[in-house]
Design a protein around this ligand. Structure first.
Ligand code: NAD
Ligand code: MG
Length: 389
């Protein structure tokens, strides 16, 4: 039996992960499940899979969680320190399914225990890619990508010589506003942005897909995970979301990964790795689908992509600053304090003001990342008033 833990079990990635785990009760023993405000769901999940412990990120929800677990024999804990403790519990495999920079520290701690880290939390790599990958190396632990594009690249590279890789192409659906005229975008509401044409995901990543901030994070994620020169990473608009990524080799071959837009493929691949097993995902009928379409992204229309290229060039703490400013910009958009297009404007202003945090090639420590994250959030809040009306 493999011991598994799921961080962010109550979210979209977490629920899909538990769905796969629950289908093979003889193969997995669930150690810890963690969640945020949805304590009722967290407790129900812990009961359903017989977890050892359930942890909510909110210290003030401990009594509620205890009450929901009464009589089950399942331990309850709460607060950020309890999350980190949960990452220390011996496990063979951990899903990092928390959204945002809050996923970084539990992931690092899991790697320090030598645990295999299935990484959906792309923000970890954006904030602290070199630190995360070095921690894995130092402790002989593995990071397996769960983002669909990065899982696709990882799969296309199996058995290949990385020196022969010429380029990596990650696809983007274009999100909810792909066909909107630019003048309409300024008025887009959170409700409109939170509807994805192909994927069913958490609210924040869905809005990041509409603004292309999600693809911007994924560009940085590609650089950090695969250690490839940013000039060799391309974004390709592909509205059907069936080709997830392509790897181009020195001989001109392009290896594409094609599959349905269902995260249980990438999650299941990481869960079963290095084996491949049957997964409950649709089998594509390409003859019925008939055609796949591709287009070049218009980087002028999508400032998020341009900013990601700046971050990849600058390195240091700029990824942590970029992510934190983006998280706050999204909070302010959700709170209707800024418009859809002002998110990128706000992130760019914070990046400009914190340009001294680039650091060159030094690998930032966790404390440095945390500090840059906090300062970027504060600066994003202070800068709101300066945005163009
Ligand atoms: P979600 O909002 O559905 O779930 C997020 C989970 O994190 C929940 O369990 C929530 O309780 C928990 N959480 C939120 N804030 C927290 C905090 N401060 N501390 C601890 N826990 C906290 O999000 P999601 O769509 O499942 O995305 C999770 C991660 O996976 C993100 O990094 C996202 O970018 C990535 N991802 C998601 C998808 C997808 O299909 N949903 C695809 C690729 C990558
Ligand atoms: Mg993705």
């Amino acid at each position: 039996m493999r011991r598994v833990t799921v961080f962010g079990s109550t979210g979209s990635i977490g629920c899909s992960t538990l769905d796969l785990i629950a289908r093979r009760p003889d193969a997995f023993r669930v150690v810890a499940l963690t969640g945020g405000t949805n304590v009722a769901r967290l407790a129900a999940q812990a009961r359903a899979v017989g977890a050892e412990i359930a942890v909510t990120a909110h210290a003030d929800r401990l009594d509620e969680l205890r009450a929901a677990l009464a009589g089950s024999g399942i331990e309850a804990a709460a607060g950020p320190a309890a999350l980190v403790e949960a990452a220390r519990r011996p496990a063979d495999w951990i899903m990092s399914g928390i959204v945002g920079a809050a996923g970084l520290e539990p992931g690092l701690v899991a790697l320090e225990q030598g645990t295999t880290l299935a990484l959906a939390n792309k923000e970890s790599l954006v904030c602290a890619g070199p630190l995360l990958m070095e921690t894995a190396r130092a402790h002989g632990a593995r990071v397996l990508p769960v983002d669909s594009e990065h899982s696709a690249v990882f799969q296309a590279l199996i058995g290949e010589d990385s020196a022969a890789v010429e380029r990596i192409v990650i696809t983007a659906s274009g999100g909810a506003f792909r066909d909107w005229p630019p003048e309409r975008l300024a008025q887009a509401t959170p409700e409109e942005a939170a509807t994805h044409p192909n994927w069913d995901m958490g609210q924040r990543i869905t809005i990041d897909s509409a603004s292309l901030f999600n693809k911007a994070l994924e560009l940085i994620e590609t650089k950090e995970f695969f250690g490839i020169d940013p000039d060799r990473i391309e974004v390709l608009i592909h509205p059907e979301s069936l080709v997830h990524a392509l790897v181009g080799f020195a001989d001109g071959a392009l290896m594409a990964h094609i599959g349905p837009p269902d995260m249980r493929h990438a999650i299941g691949f990481a869960l079963n790795w290095p084996e491949r097993r049957d997964l409950p995902v649709e089998r594509l009928d390409l003859a019925r689908i008939g055609q796949l379409t591709f287009a070049a992204p218009d980087e002028a229309r999508h400032p998020a992509l341009r900013l990601a290229r700046d971050v990849m060039r600058d390195g240091g703490l700029s990824g942590a600053v970029f992510n934190a400013a983006k998280e706050r910009a999204l909070d302010h958009f959700l709170g209707r304090r800024i418009g859809f297009l002002q998110m990128a404007e706000l992130v760019e202003r914070v990046l400009d003001k914190m340009s001294s945090d680039r650091l060159g090639n030094r690998v930032p420590t966790l404390d440095m990342v945390r500090d840059a994250d906090a300062r970027a959030r504060a600066l994003a809040d202070e800068t709101l008033g300066a945005l163009t009306a």
